[in-house]
Design a protein around this ligand. Structure first.
Ligand SMILES: Nc1ncnc2c1ncn2[C@@H]1O[C@H](COP(=O)(O)OP(=O)(O)O)[C@@H](O)[C@H]1O
Ligand SMILES: Cc1ncc(COP(=O)(O)OP(=O)(O)O)c(N)n1
Length: 275
């Protein structure tokens, strides 16, 4: 007889996206495709579609604490991630619960601003992430504007990215992935700075599309899933990059704006990596 909770289980702590493309919705679709059973603590609810974020509200702290308790009381979570955390109070609630329960390695996706421009984390919330949450993370995955904010520097080229990654690692993150999707170049360069201070670049061709809603959620969730399945950090990150690349390349036509990714593509054999 198989043991209860032997199946790889993950947790996403984030906000919902009514449009289905980002946040907890993208996380759970990705985790499903990557072979993990996903659970979720909802921190905030957004009214959102591919055109932008129309409204959002963070949940009552008591209900957030109860969700953590419910998950801890029944499942064996092997790896977890955070996404949209709204404000300083909610970041602190998450920090307290991550200290209280063992949910395995944490991948911190420091979501700040959605592609449509909506601010999903207050300025105070950014400070609380820097002071209290970064040090709990096994991996932090900022995009370029988020890395600039965390490291308090401007990123104009690959040297700047490496400098920022080193500064963020000094804040207490074990491993750092700076995603290059927001650069101007025809090539997308993601930087990985590992625990042992070594670093490498993940290079891919920029796909000419506006359908990139939820790219950050998708790569971080694929990484979390692979960690839960037993991969080491480097293998999990490389897998995450392949997964998101396939999901961006194989566009699906949904919505009028920044459309969602194709989360089926990787398993359908959709990533022919030419570079
Ligand atoms: N147009 C694109 N073509 C190819 N890869 C992309 C593109 N946009 C983003 N990516 C990749 O998607 C992942 C998420 O990157 P990014 O968009 O920078 O993060 P976020 O969604 O958090 O803003 C990274 O691996 C990045 O290289
Ligand atoms: C609820 C929620 N969480 C996160 C995001 C941001 O997702 P991201 O992967 O950075 O993609 P964009 O929204 O920037 O396209 C979100 N929008 N909503």
């Amino acid at each position: 007889m198989s043991e209860i909770n032997s199946f790889p289980q993950t947790l996403t702590i984030a906000g919902t996206d009514s449009g289905g493309g980002a946040g907890i919705m993208a996380d759970m679709k990705t985790m499903q495709e990557c072979g993990a059973f996903s659970t979720a603590v909802i921190v905030a609810v957004t009214a959102q579609n591919t055109l932008g974020v129309q409204d959002f509200q963070a949940l009552d702290p008591k209900l957030i604490n109860e969700q953590f308790s419910s998950i801890n009381g029944d499942f064996k979570i092997r790896a977890c991630k955070t996404g949209m955390l709204a404000d300083a109070e909610h970041v602190s609630i998450v920090v307290d619960n991550l200290k209280k329960y063992d949910f395995g390695p944490l991948v911190l996706d420091p979501v700040m601003i959605a592609k449509g421009g909506a601010q999903l984390l207050s300025d105070e919330g950014i400070n609380t992430i820097k002071n209290d949450l970064v040090k709990l993370s096994e991996l932090i995955t900022p995009n370029i504007p988020e890395a600039e904010r965390l490291a308090d520097c401007e990123i104009k080229n690959k040297d700047d990215m490496l400098l920022a990654a080193k500064k963020i690692k000094e804040m207490g993150a074990k491993n750092v992935l700076i995603k290059g999707g927001h650069s101007e170049s025809l090539e997308v360069n993601d930087l990985v700075l590992l625990d042992d201070e070594s670093h490498f670049w993940m290079k891919s061709k920029r796909v000419d599309t506006i359908r990139t809603h939820g790219t950050g959620d998708t790569i971080s969730s694929a990484i979390v899933s692979r960690l839960a399945l037993g991969d080491d950090m480097k293998s999990a990150i490389l897998y995450g990059k392949d997964f998101v690349e396939a999901a961006i390349k194989n566009t699906i036509q949904v919505g009028h704006g920044h459309g969602p990714l194709n989360h089926w593509a990787y398993n359908a054999g959709g990533n022919n990596n030419e570079i």
